[in-house]
Design a protein around this ligand. Structure first.
Ligand SMILES: [Zn+2]
Length: 171
């Protein structure tokens, strides 16, 4: 995506996110209400306290094709288990008990915060375009850390792990 193209679509996507989060704000749940036992060993209390989850039957995706970004239509139509916008993530109802999915989305919450919305979206779009969803760098980080969460018993600080990885990307 060219810098010029990003300049045009960024306000549209940012506006869509703002509107979507406002619409779902009444249904957003604090994470503590979900009753998970392991997340607190990986994320610090302020992050868990400020992040919210919204349970939906289908996660909302920005209307990228309508914004002229037809080449992202596969991503737009993907019926994902979860997706994160800023400090809020949406989780599909059939995945709501999957603690590792919540773990994955919280990695994105940290990425949004470390990078800021503009840089996050620029890097996410660039990664999607060049490598596809599963191999896009911000997803690779989230999947790698999620894999550790699933495989290793010993907790680690996601924030610290993420900081190094994301700083390398934003440089
Ligand atoms: Zn992800």
């Amino acid at each position: 995506m060219t810098e010029q193209e990003f300049r045009v679509v960024y306000p549209l996507i940012a506006g869509w996110i703002e509107k979507t989060l406002a619409e779902h704000a009444p249904a957003a749940k604090p994470l503590a209400s979900l009753g998970f036992s392991r997340l607190q060993d990986y994320y610090d209390a302020p992050l868990l306290a400020s992040s919210k989850a919204v349970v939906v039957s289908r996660v909302p995706m920005p209307p990228l094709s309508a914004m002229g970004l037809d080449r992202f239509s596969d991503f737009e139509q993907m019926d994902a288990g979860g997706i994160t916008y800023l400090d809020t993530y949406f989780v599909r109802a059939d995945h709501v008990r999957d603690e590792s999915l919540h773990f994955h989305e919280l990695v994105h919450v940290i990425q949004w915060r470390l990078l800021g919305p503009e840089k996050f979206l620029a890097l996410y779009a660039d990664g999607l375009e060049r490598f596809g969803y599963r191999k896009s760098p911000l997803e690779v980080i989230a999947f790698q850390l999620q894999h550790r969460f699933q495989r290793e018993a010993k907790p680690f600080s996601v924030e610290a792990a993420c900081q190094k990885l994301v700083e390398g990307m934003a440089a």
